[in-house]
Design a protein around this ligand. Structure first.
Ligand SMILES: NC(=O)c1ccc[n+]([C@@H]2O[C@H](COP(=O)([O-])OP(=O)(O)OC[C@H]3O[C@@H](n4cnc5c(N)ncnc54)[C@H](OP(=O)(O)O)[C@@H]3O)[C@@H](O)[C@H]2O)c1
Length: 280
């Protein structure tokens, strides 16, 4: 029968990664799906077909029915809560792979608890729509931390997110600057795609296209990452003023548009601060 795999948490990231796993992972049995809001699991199962996925009603059932369990959950509390439930049963010999972005201390604590229960815990914070189940399936590439605390992977991920949040901020400011200076923002987008690509183009297109209100990366999730990074930086005595500035603007977006606003709404914030309409 081979390795039985389960996926817990089918949000923006988890849903995409689970879909990739089903389509490209050569799984020997249907992927076991669990999501707190069960309709999301049902929707994915209906999409891929019942020979490729099956929905369960609890975390315990998902863990019971799998040897390899992926999690992709919003934040530290959600992960701690899910793992609390998972560890209610005998998990000896199982492997947990967590794709959420959480504080490294949380990852280290969960890893220790899982190890005490005879199982393995891997922190695999995903940067993007990311070995047999990772490279070319869920993600483009795995950067490994062998024999190091799992929290190290979270620190690397949070530093990567610092780049992403800073790019988001600078693209928003650049687009506003262009419009104020009567330069077509589409031309700036074209330039960014030639010079940099990646998140510059993704966020730039979202802003120029007027999609910066859609929920892709909710500001509350971006803020969670920014706060974790700022706390770690403080702990290790490292100043990261660019992230500090980006975080303050994300806080302002949260006040302006609520916690589920997309983080690229910093564009709307920059526009209104500069006398332009909120929506382009
Ligand atoms: N979005 C991105 O571009 C991105 C990129 C890289 C990494 N990440 C990280 O990936 C993780 C997931 O992000 P996302 O964008 O997929 O978030 P999301 O769309 O908001 O999905 C969050 C998932 O967590 C579940 N959840 C939340 N609280 C829970 C709880 N207390 N118990 C059980 N399930 C709970 C949600 O279930 P419901 O459906 O019931 O709400 C949903 O399945 C986060 O740690 C985020 O920082 C996100």
């Amino acid at each position: 029968m081979g390795v039985r795999v389960a996926w817990i948490g089918l949000g923006n990231m988890g849903g995409g990664m689970a879909r990739n796993l089903i389509n490209k992972g050569n799984l020997g049995s249907p992927l076991v799906l669990y999501n707190r809001t069960i309709s999301r699991a049902d929707a994915l199962c209906n999409e891929v077909g019942h020979t490729k996925a099956t929905v369960v009603a609890s975390i315990v059932e998902a863990v019971e029915r799998a040897d390899l369990i992926f999690t992709s959950l919003s934040n530290d509390d959600a992960l701690k809560d899910a793992m609390e439930q998972a560890l209610q049963i005998d998990v000896a010999g199982k492997k947990f792979v967590d794709c959420s972005t959480v504080h490294p201390d949380v990852a280290n604590n969960v890893a220790a608890r899982v190890a005490n229960n005879g199982a393995d815990f891997v922190a695999m914070p995903a940067i993007d729509f990311v070995k047999p189940y990772i490279t070319g399936v869920i993600g483009r590439r795995a950067i490994e931390f062998r024999d190091e605390p799992v929290g190290k992977a979270q620190i690397l991920k949070l530093i990567a997110n610092m780049f992403i949040l800073s790019v988001n901020e600078i693209v928003a400011e650049g687009m506003t600057f262009a419009e104020k200076a009567s330069v077509d923002p589409n031309k700036l987008l074209e330039l960014l795609s030639v010079l940099f690509g990646g998140p510059y183009t993704v966020y730039g297109a979202r802003m120029v296209g007027g999609d910066y209100h859609k929920k892709e990366v909710p500001v509350e999730i971006a803020l969670k990452d920014a706060r974790h990074a700022l706390h770690i930086a403080e702990d290790v005595g490292c100043a990261i003023p660019s992230l500090d500035a980006a975080a303050k603007n994300l806080e302002a977006v949260k006040d302006q548009r609520g916690p589920t606003a997309d983080s690229s709404s910093v564009y709307g914030l920059s526009r209104t601060r500069n006398g332009l309409s909120l929506e382009n």
